[in-house]
Structures are given as structure tokens and as C-alpha cells.
Design a protein around this ligand. Structure first.
Ligand code: TRP
Length: 347
């Protein structure tokens, strides 16, 4: 978990984060937050709220961004991310990221960007006619998020792997052309299967198909009650197919102990979807109880959020400035001689 940097033993660095396009949901918890809570004990963690990325497909909804940033911060805090251990920051508050994005954008071909499967899918989902330059290029900005703090590891879901791969290529390219400034970061992919949404599609913060960490017990019951289950089963007495059932995935995540029995009962038509949903809704609610308690605590104390952002911002800014000074020096972009009035010889 430790690396040597400048002769000093340091904790390995981690950067990961979320786009503030909605409150975080139980799928993010299972796939990511839970792991972050553990990682922050052993690593030097930076958690980014990626507001630039909101512009890719929510350009006309920026009015909501501040509210969602607050929700994401509350979600992080209530899930157990700790600003005393980790650095929280908002992407656009660190202009160094935009500068680094500019340099990196010269190192990636258009064809390479167009091949990114995640971007392709997102462009299709957003239905944007004539995709913007920024949308196509956001993986470059994400590489800058990661490399601005010279992160070693990037815990992400599988959909983000193409972006980490792109980041690795950029780091290698920069180091090769100029000088070794960046680590080549590695992705840490969770082995938890992603939860699907209530409608059977990918659970998304802004897809209207998510159970949010901030949902009340009643909301959870209502949402699970309306969830799509096994599409091949019409009557409760028929045999079910847990392998293609959404709600069964929730059992696997939140009701591990009973899951094998439920699988069995469902396959043999001994349990109907209504009872099965009621059961798992209660398990999800039990899981959310401590998260809801912490949320109420932090909601009543906005100064904690303010201080968390301040501390994270200062730390990230310091690291980012250091990175950029290394970058500018490596690229011969610091113009020291010129600025100091020295004689300049042709390079
Ligand atoms: N693209 C990520 C998402 O949609 C969010 C993100 C932005 C991110 N910058 C990052 C994730 C850097 C990991 C590292 O979830």
C-alpha cells in the first residue's frame, strides 16, 4: 500500500468520484462507496465531485448542480467517507484540471476518442444531435482529474475502465515525450455485480429508476413494490427465474443469508413476487437505517460540509499546483529565462 516518492515512504494515492447529476443510490453504495470507506483507512484518498462532466449531457440543467453537489456530499458523509481521512473537492474549483486537460488534449487522437465504448453509449443515451467537442473529449478531462494529484489507483465500476485505460495511455505518452512526471494509474474494479434499476435497466442517478440512499422507508417500499421482476413469470404459482430477476439481485446484495432459500422457493413457485419484494424492501430499509441517521446528523450541521470542502480544496490545490509546475517544467513551458531576463539560447 506504500510507495517511495522522492525518497519518502508515502501512502499510495487514490482518486475517484461522482458526477453530481442526482443523489447517489444503493447501486453506487454496493459497487463503490462501501469500498471507498474501507480504502480510506489505508490509502491517501481524493474524492472528486465532477461538475464539468455534468455539462456533457445536462448542459441546460446547471441550476440543479449545486443542490446535487450537496446531496452527493451528504451521501458520502452518511455512507462513511471521512473528510478527516480523505480529501473531498469539486472539480471546477481546481482550474489546474482545465489546464492539464488542455495539454493532454494534444496527446489523444480523435479516432481514439471515438472508439471509447462508454462515451459511445452515453452519447446514444443522451440523444445529443451533433455531440459537443467536450462530450467526446471528457475522458481526457477525467484523465486530468486522476493525474492532477498523480494518483496511483482508481477504484471504479466496469463502465469506467475505458477511461482509466485512456488515462494510462496519456500518462505513458506524456512521460515518454517529456519526462517521467506521472504514475501510470491502475483501475481497482469491484467484484460486485452492479445492481440494475427498478425498471431492469442500469440503475442511474438521473434515470428515475433508482433507490436513493436518502429515500425514506416508505419510498423504498413503494419503489420496490413497483419494480420489474422476472419478465417470464406471470402468476405467483408459476416457476420463477431468479437469474433474470431484478429483485433477486437486491436479495443477493442486501439479504445474502436468505438468498439461497429464496432462489429455491422462487424456482419452485413457492414464493410470489409480492412477498419476495416486501421481504427485500425491509432488508434494504434495515441497511439504510444507520445511513439515514448519519445523514440527518450532517444535514443539521452544514458547517461540517463547508469545512470538509475547504480542507479538501486546499489539499488538492496544493498537490495540483505542484503537479503543474512539474508539467510546465517538463514541457519547457515555465519560461524561466525569459521571465528572469536571462539570455535565451535556441533549444
Ligand atoms: N465519470 C465518472 C462517473 O460518471 C465520474 C468521474 C469523474 C470519475 N472524474 C473521475 C471517476 C475520476 C473516477 C476518476 O461516475
Amino acid at each position: 500500500m506504500r510507495v517511495k516518492k522522492n525518497g519518502k515512504e508515502m501512502k499510495k494515492r487514490i482518486l475517484t468520484g461522482d458526477r453530481p447529476t442526482g443523489p447517489l443510490h444503493i447501486g453506487t453504495y454496493v459497487g463503490s462507496l462501501e469500498k471507498r470507506v474501507r480504502l480510506q483507512e489505508e490509502y491517501d484518498c481524493f474524492f472528486i465531485i465532477a461538475d464539468y462532466q455534468v455539462l456533457t449531457d445536462h448542459l441546460k440543467e446547471t441550476k440543479k448542480t449545486e443542490y446535487f453537489i450537496k446531496q452527493v456530499l451528504l451521501d458520502w458523509l452518511s455512507a462513511g467517507l471521512d473528510p478527516e481521512k480523505s480529501s473531498f473537492f469539486i472539480q471546477s474549483q481546481i482550474p489546474e484540471i482545465a489546464e492539464l486537460t488542455m495539454y493532454f488534449s494534444m496527446m489523444v487522437t480523435l479516432a481514439r476518442l471515438q472508439r471509447n465504448p462508454t462515451v459511445k453509449e452515453e452519447m446514444k443515451a443522451a440523444g445529443v444531435k451533433g455531440t459537443s467537442y467536450g462530450f467526446l473529449g471528457y475522458p481526457i478531462s477525467q484523465a486530468a482529474d486522476i493525474l492532477i494529484v498523480r494518483s496511483d489507483l482508481v477504484p471504479v465500476g466496469e463502465d469506467q475502465l475505458p477511461h482509466v485505460e485512456q488515462t494510462r495511455e496519456i500518462a505513458r505518452k506524456f512521460n515518454g515525450i517529456f519526462r517521467e512526471v506521472f504514475p501510470v494509474p491502475e483501475a481497482l474494479v469491484g467484484n460486485v455485480a452492479r445492481l440494475s434499476g427498478l425498471d431492469g435497466h442500469k440503475m442511474g442517478k438521473s434515470n428515475d429508476n433508482a433507490i436513493y440512499l436518502k429515500d425514506t422507508a416508505t419510498e423504498v417500499r413503494q419503489k420496490v413494490g413497483m419494480a420489474i421482476t422476472d419478465p417470464a413469470r406471470i402468476k405467483a404459482s408459476e416457476k420463477g427465474h431468479p437469474d433474470i430477476c431484478n429483485v433477486y439481485k437486491y436479495h443477493l446484495a442486501f439479504n445474502k443469508a436468505e438468498a439461497p432459500d429464496i432462489e429455491n422457493d422462487c424456482r419452485n413457485g413457492r414464493v410470489g413476487c409480492v412477498a419476495c419484494k416486501k421481504n427485500v424492501a425491509e432488508k434494504i430499509n434495515t441497511f439504510l437505517v444507520p445511513i439515514r441517521e448519519r445523514r440527518a446528523f450532517f444535514e443539521a450541521r452544514p458547517s461540517i460540509i463547508k469545512e470538509a470542502l475547504k480542507g479538501g480544496y486546499e489539499r488538492t490545490l496544493k498537490e495540483s499546483r505542484e503537479t503543474l509546475s512539474l508539467v510546465r517544467e517538463a514541457m519547457h513551458f515555465d519560461y524561466r529565462d525569459l521571465l528572469n531576463g536571462e539570455k535565451i539560447v535556441a533549444g
